[in-house]
Design a protein. Structure first.
Length: 179
């Protein structure tokens, strides 16, 4: 989806506000693994600073994630924002800040590409179903958010010590002597 700026660019208006919903991923970026729930809501504005354009964009979206502690699948929400520039004189353009540059082609910008890229870079590295998620019991695997399990707190002492089979016979001999 491209955002048409032709009326804005040919007018004396200094600021153009826009908002909407991106209904699907119509870019070449592969985000199938990210489990994004469309539509992605967006709003933003483009303003003219003596010939140079500034783009400000806010997005909000939902996605499916698995909790890092209890593994339960849940719907997560995220908001992100973005600011970028378009310089008519390309000598102002600094290669090092390529992320902050947006292209105007045929008086329009590729809004989908910008939105989807922002989704990819704004996804959290860690997902918790809730702040105080209790996670899973390391012994029985029960989801402790649903209640306590019957496992002993000191489960480590219950683990049987593995005896080297070569010593097992010796131990048996000692046992016989003790009897
Ligand atoms: Zn959880
Ligand atoms: Zn347990």
């Amino acid at each position: 989806m491209r955002l048409d700026l032709s009326r804005f660019l040919s007018s004396d208006i200094e600021r153009y506000d826009f908002e909407g919903e991106l209904a699907l991923n119509d870019t070449n970026l592969d985000i199938d693994d990210l489990r994004i729930i469309f539509p992605i809501k967006y709003n933003g504005s483009i303003y003219d600073l003596t010939g140079e354009l500034v783009l400000e964009l806010n997005i909000s979206y939902d996605f499916i994630a698995n909790c890092d502690r209890c593994l339960v699948e849940f719907k997560n929400h995220r908001e992100a924002n973005y600011k970028a520039y378009n310089f008519k004189d390309s000598s102002f353009y600094d290669e090092d800040s390529i992320d902050e540059y947006f292209e105007v082609v045929n008086d329009s910008i590729d809004l989908s590409e910008i939105i989807i890229s922002l989704v990819v870079t704004s996804l959290p590295g860690k997902n918790l179903c809730k702040e105080d998620c209790k996670g899973l019991c390391p012994v029985c695997g029960k989801n402790l958010n649903e209640g306590e399990c019957d496992c002993e707190v000191e489960e480590e002492t219950e683990v049987e010590e593995k005896v080297d089979p070569r010593f097992e016979k010796l131990l048996d001999l000692f046992k016989d002597e003790e009897v």
